[in-house]
Design a binder for this molecule. Structure first.
Ligand SMILES: [Zn+2]
Length: 394
């Protein structure tokens, strides 16, 4: 069926708003990025001005003549981004220019790490933002673990000790009917990365106490049809020994995460389960010290990383052979130096033939955004068309 002119029009209005979300732009710049002619662009701009989304202002250069730029009005919409993680449930309210308006979080202590503790923390965060009485375009939530984005729930997160946890149910209970997007935390940052750098397929890898990944293909985050988050590489099995806190034996996280480094380097004897449960109370200082030292590791520490990264290099190498990403991007609390990307790449090429694995860039992301920002952006991407359509209908 041929697409209706109206649908194409709505799509172009949304595209223009998303382009302006990146930055204010001149009409010339917008014509290029949207690939439309002068008259179509004027049409789109005047409609969005009428709807109250955008405004035109003068951009002053230090040298040369000032020029007119088009930009989003900062009150065009507000979005709430929430991160549900091992250490906290935290929310950030953003305006349409991605400025942080409010922030509120509830720390999670070890005795709260279960469905009931997380539900209470999430309700506190939601009630705080509800009390601000700001109209919301929607809410984006990201969470550790396997997430079912169709049903808006966490299927399983061993690191939070949460199983079958309905996020959208709790939100509906407090906010009523409001657009809500729920996805895995690494996927939420990948959504933003895919929007900003759509040209190259990329594997995003988060590294710290936990290990996670997300795959960007053709400018979109890969998700299977049934809506579950994939690339939960932390609990793929790489060895026949090593009791993981998830209950399996030989998980990647057991052998490659910062727990493994601490074990090799400081000789920590405690089980991984104990470590994950008591990390803040017992191991927080060792971890901070480790990250500090790892900026410039001595030989002994480097040896510990080599041992641990051995397994991570195998898993990443396997994924690179299968997916052929152009970029592999490392980020996370545990990534404290560019040398980590170099070491991993070196270890990958020790095991894989360059003809098998092909070319890829391995980089450390220093500019990585907040989790909450990724969550809010996912909601923006999903629900901006709804907002524009409803404003046009009025
Ligand atoms: Zn595991």
């Amino acid at each position: 069926m041929p697409r209706k002119t109206e649908d194409i029009r709505l799509e172009n209005l949304v595209k223009l708003l998303l382009e302006l979300f990146k930055s204010d732009s001149t009409r010339e710049e917008l014509k290029k990025s949207l690939k439309v002619g002068t008259s179509t662009l004027s049409y789109l701009i005047s409609e969005l001005m009428k709807l109250g989304f955008i405004e035109e202002s003068r951009r002053i250069y230090n040298l040369g003549r000032p020029s007119q730029v088009v930009g989003l009005k900062k009150d065009a919409w507000n979005i709430l981004g929430i991160k549900i993680g091992r250490e906290a449930v935290s929310g950030v309210l953003f305006d349409s220019k991605n400025n942080e308006l409010e922030r509120f979080s509830r720390p999670i202590f070890s005795n709260m790490r279960a469905n009931s503790g997380y539900e209470k923390a999430l309700r506190d965060v939601l009630n705080y933002f509800k009390s601000l009485k700001m109209p919301l375009l929607g809410i984006g939530v990201c969470a550790s673990g396997t997430v079912d984005s169709h049903k808006g729930r966490i299927v399983y997160s061993p690191v939070m000790n949460v199983k079958d946890f309905s996020i959208s149910g709790i939100i509906e209970n407090i906010f009523g009917k409001l657009p809500v997007s729920v996805l895995n935390d690494v996927d939420s940052l990948a959504t933003l990365e895919a929007f900003l750098n759509p040209e190259k397929d990329a594997l995003l890898v988060s590294y710290g106490i936990g290990i996670g990944a997300s795959y960007i293909h053709e400018g979109r985050v890969f998700n299977p049809v049934r809506g579950l988050s994939s690339f939960e590489i932390g609990h793929v099995i790489v060895e026949n020994k090593g009791n993981c806190y998830c209950g399996q034996i030989g998980c990647l996280e057991y052998h490659s995460s910062e727990y493994a480094i601490l074990k090799h380097y400081l000789g920590i004897k405690k089980s991984f389960k104990y470590f994950i449960e008591k990390e803040e109370e017992v191991f927080r200082n060792s971890l901070i010290e480790l990250r500090e030292k790892a900026r410039n590791p001595d030989d002994l520490l480097l040896e510990a990383y080599k041992k641990a990264f051995h397994y991570l290099a195998l898993v990443l190498g396997d994924l690179i052979v299968i997916l052929k990403p152009a970029r592999v991007i490392l980020f996370g609390e545990g990534v404290v130096g560019d040398w980590m990307a170099e070491l991993l790449k070196e270890q990958i090429f020790q095991r894989f033939n360059s003809l098998v694995i092909g070319n890829f860039e391995m980089e450390v992301e220093h500019q990585i955004k907040f989790w909450e920002e990724g969550a809010a952006f996912s909601a923006l991407l999903n629900f901006l068309p709804l907002l524009v359509a409803s404003k046009r209908a009025n």
